[in-house]
Design a protein around this ligand. Structure first.
Ligand code: AVI
Length: 318
C-alpha cells in the first residue's frame, strides 16, 4: 500500500468561530460560508443527497464521465497524476483512474477528515500500484500541494459542479489560483451544472425525503456541537429558491420565530422569518463557463454534455 500520511492543513475552531460570528453579524442578510456544511455528518448527508431521485447532477455527471474517460485518458497521456479538489467519497475518480494509462499518483484534497481517510484507505486497498497522497485542507484558501516528481501530465479534477458554490468573481480567483498551483500545461477536468427548468432545479435542492433540509440544518447542529452555541434547530426551516437574475439556487435557513441564539458567549437576534443564507449553487451555459475559465487564464480544450443537457464536463488547459 502506498498511502501517504495525510498532510494536515485543516481549518481551526477559531477560523470557524470567526466565520460564524462575522456571517451572523451582517445587518442586511445573515450568511454562513457553505464549506462549513461538511463535517463528518454533513459529508454523509451530502453523500445521501447524491443518491436522491431529485438530485440529477451526480448520476448524470458519473455516466457522462464514464463515456468520455477514454478520450480524457488519451489527451492526458501515460503516467498522469490526478489532483482532485474535494475528493469526498472518491467514486468518480475511479472512472478516471481505470481509464488512464498507468497513472502515477492521486492527490486527494478534502476538508472533511473522515471522508478523506475513509476514501483514500479504500482506494489504497484496491490500487496497490498507485501512490495516494491525502491532503486535509480547505482548498478555497491558499494551501500547499505536495511536489510530485515524475514526467506525466498533471490532471486537476474538480467534479460535482462545486465551482457553482463560488460567486463568479471568487470562481475566477479560485481557477486562477488553481492554474498556478497545478503548473504549466496542466489539464483541469471540471464538472459544471447547466441552467434548466426552475422546477427541476428547485426539486433537486428540496427533496421529498428532507435529506437536503437535514444537510442544511446540520450546520446549526454543528455550530452547537463545536462552538458552544444554543441554536434550537427545530425553530429553523430549510428553504431553497432559484434566483433567475443571478443564475443560482440559494439555500437558506429560516428562523420560524423571533429568537436569540448565543454562540461562544455572544448573542445574536433573529426576527421571525429572517433567513441565514447558507449556500449558492450557480448554473452556467457552456459558453458562459468557457469565458469565465478564459478570464482565469485557462484554454478550453473540449466540453461534453449528457443527452438531456442537464450537466457539462469541461477539459481546460493551463
Ligand atoms: C457540492 N455542491 C456542488 C452541491 C450543489 O449542488 O451545489 C451542494 C449541495 N447543496 C445542496 N444539495 C447539494
Amino acid at each position: 500500500m502506498k498511502l501517504n500520511q495525510a498532510i494536515d492543513q485543516a481549518p481551526s475552531r477559531d477560523a470557524f468561530l470567526t466565520d460564524v460570528w462575522n456571517g451572523l453579524s451582517c445587518p442586511q442578510q445573515k450568511t454562513l460560508p457553505c464549506k462549513w456544511l461538511y463535517d463528518a455528518l454533513g459529508s454523509r448527508l451530502f453523500d445521501a443527497i447524491t443518491a436522491l431521485d431529485e438530485y440529477y447532477p451526480t448520476r448524470t455527471e458519473t455516466a457522462l464521465l464514464g463515456d468520455i474517460a477514454p478520450e480524457i485518458a488519451k489527451i492526458a497521456g501515460v503516467h498522469a497524476r490526478i489532483v482532485e479538489l474535494g475528493s469526498g467519497a472518491g467514486v468518480k475518480v475511479r472512472l478516471l483512474l481505470d481509464a488512464l494509462e498507468r497513472p502515477s499518483a492521486y492527490v486527494a484534497v478534502d476538508i472533511s477528515e473522515t471522508a478523506l481517510r475513509d476514501a483514500t484507505r479504500a482506494l489504497a486497498n484496491e490500487r496497490t500500484d498507485l501512490r495516494i497522497v491525502p491532503v486535509l485542507a480547505d482548498y478555497t484558501r491558499p494551501f500547499a500541494l505536495p511536489s510530485l516528481e515524475g514526467w506525466g501530465n498533471t490532471l486537476g479534477f474538480f467534479p460535482g459542479s462545486t465551482i457553482g458554490n463560488f460567486a463568479p468573481a471568487q470562481a475566477i480567483a479560485f481557477l486562477t489560483q488553481l492554474r498556478r498551483q497545478l503548473g504549466n500545461n496542466a489539464f483541469l477536468l471540471i464538472g459544471v451544472d447547466l441552467k434548466k427548468d426552475r422546477d427541476v432545479l428547485e426539486r433537486a435542492y428540496d427533496d421529498v425525503l428532507g435529506v437536503t433540509a437535514a444537510f442544511n440544518l446540520n450546520l446549526l447542529a454543528r455550530i452547537n456541537r463545536e462552538l458552544s452555541a444554543d441554536f434550537d434547530v427545530r425553530q429553523f426551516a430549510h428553504k431553497s429558491i432559484w434566483n433567475e437574475a443571478q443564475g443560482r439556487i440559494e439555500m437558506h435557513l429560516v428562523s420560524t420565530v423571533a429568537q436569540t441564539v448565543t454562540i461562544d458567549g455572544r448573542a445574536f437576534e433573529f426576527r421571525a422569518g429572517e433567513t441565514i443564507h447558507t449556500e449558492n449553487s450557480y448554473k452556467y451555459g457552456i459558453d458562459q463557463f468557457q469565458r469565465m475559465a478564459a478570464s482565469a487564464g485557462w484554454q478550453a480544450r473540449a466540453a461534453w454534455t449528457d443527452g438531456a443537457d442537464l450537466f457539462s464536463l469541461h477539459l481546460l488547459q493551463a
